[in-house]
Design a protein around this ligand. Sequence first.
Ligand SMILES: NC(=O)c1ccc[n+]([C@@H]2O[C@H](COP(=O)([O-])OP(=O)(O)OC[C@H]3O[C@@H](n4cnc5c(N)ncnc54)[C@H](OP(=O)(O)O)[C@@H]3O)[C@@H](O)[C@H]2O)c1
Length: 492
Amino acid sequence: MKVIDPCTLVLFGASGNLSRIKLMPGLFRLDQAGRLPEKMAILSVGRSQVSREDWLADIKSMLDAKFPKGYDQAVFKRFIERHHYHANPPDDPSSFTRLKETLSDEAIFPQNLAYFLSVRPSDFAAIVDQLASVGLTEEGKYWRRVVVEKPFGTDLKSAQELQSSITKHLKESQIYRIDHYLGKSALQNIMLQRFANTILEPLWNKDYIDHVQITNTEQLGVGERTQFYDATGALRDMIQSHVLQTLALTAMEQPASLNPDDIRAEKIKVLEAIRPIPVDELEKYAFRAQYSSGEIKGEKVPGYLEELGDDSSVVETYAALKLFIDNPRWEGVPFYIRTAKRLHEADTRIAIRFKKAPLQLGNGQDQNWLIIGIQPRECIKFEIQSKIPGLDIATRTIELDGANRQEGDETIDAYEALLLNLMEGDNSLYLHISEVEAQWRLVDPVIEAWAKDRKPVHQYPAGSSDPEASKVIFEHEDQFWRYSIALGGDKK
Ligand SMILES: NC(=O)c1ccc[n+]([C@@H]2O[C@H](COP(=O)([O-])OP(=O)(O)OC[C@H]3O[C@@H](n4cnc5c(N)ncnc54)[C@H](OP(=O)(O)O)[C@@H]3O)[C@@H](O)[C@H]2O)c1
């Protein structure tokens, strides 16, 4: 357990949705686990005037909603004493000077300061500017860290603009860019399973691997967020961030150590080695589609365009890319990545198909698969060929199935890990600007080309599996999406 300095978490947007469902409950659970330093205060900043008493009652309501079966009252007492509220009305020019005065009370607020910007992305730069204008970002005897929520820009240009704005006041080591997927224990496990086992690494390359599939699908539709979604799309929302980070962890070289800088250096290298997608041959590399009406868990659901109320939208709810990594390990190995809403199942996984075995019996035997399940099932599975007992020489596929999560294991929300790392000063689970830039650089040309192409987008019925039409991106006839992690999930 790392020692954490006494500190104050200054939470902008503390009354918002993210704070209610993730940040406050996450901080409470960290307190319950004894992981918050004894001297730690939480100062919530919002635009409206709220008394401390009302604010504490609101925090209680957040915890009541999150933990309906109740929670430890002794921990609650300790937790609630940490909390304070500061109103920053947007029309008050002295609000940040007052914030500085509030924070200067050392008896209440330890002077190491972490600012969590859980506000609209358009407010990130302005808040950093205002903090800096009153000297609240300067490090000296004490550290200053700033967490920037997702998304960091909406394309490469806006990401670089945000970066140049905040780096007027902050060093890279002070900036913590969120991709909350990295806080998931199952994602961290990819690196551990690869490098803490001898048997995987020798096979983890172009000599043995035929192709890799990285999948993130949901049964959920866009729900209430139609306007947000139509301005974003699946490629920007999921692939640019979570799916490419999963790819980086799957494909990176072993870091020199588990230090944050070494881990991030290897992720940057592999992300920068992904070959740009040729826009003049886009249909061979990228596929998009939209869900139409269909059935999910036996219930009829409307299609995306109906939900949006605009049938001219070409925004994708299904996005798939074929990528190649130009380095010696992965030369020629296709990485197929996809994300979708309203598919037949919700699943996040990495599925690796190995090359054909030297011994072929001529009965159409399957190739080996290795599957790392991330969500909902955390597991590692091998599919191997084995003789069917009997007089004849014939094989069938059997699976070795290891559950990564066992009964009694702790369930940690990604934000708990991220908040703890923030206080520890460990930014390995946060994105370096070079990762963000490499990710935007890769997807931007596809997003632009898709936005310009106004032809109606391919439709797939809600609740179906992958559209057959997505076959166009595969390199070989015998390659297609694996439908599930279950045995036989490589066949329809
Ligand atoms: N919700 C999620 O699950 C989720 C997931 C991934 C990423 N994110 C990101 O997290 C951030 C917050 O999302 P959210 O869903 O919580 O948004 P939200 O519900 O709209 O909450 C934002 C809060 O920010 C406060 N606020 C706005 N301007 C402020 C300012 N200048 N200073 C202080 N507080 C200010 C508002 O409260 P007052 O009116 O009281 O000031 C509001 O409650 C966004 O960047 C979003 O992209 C959210």
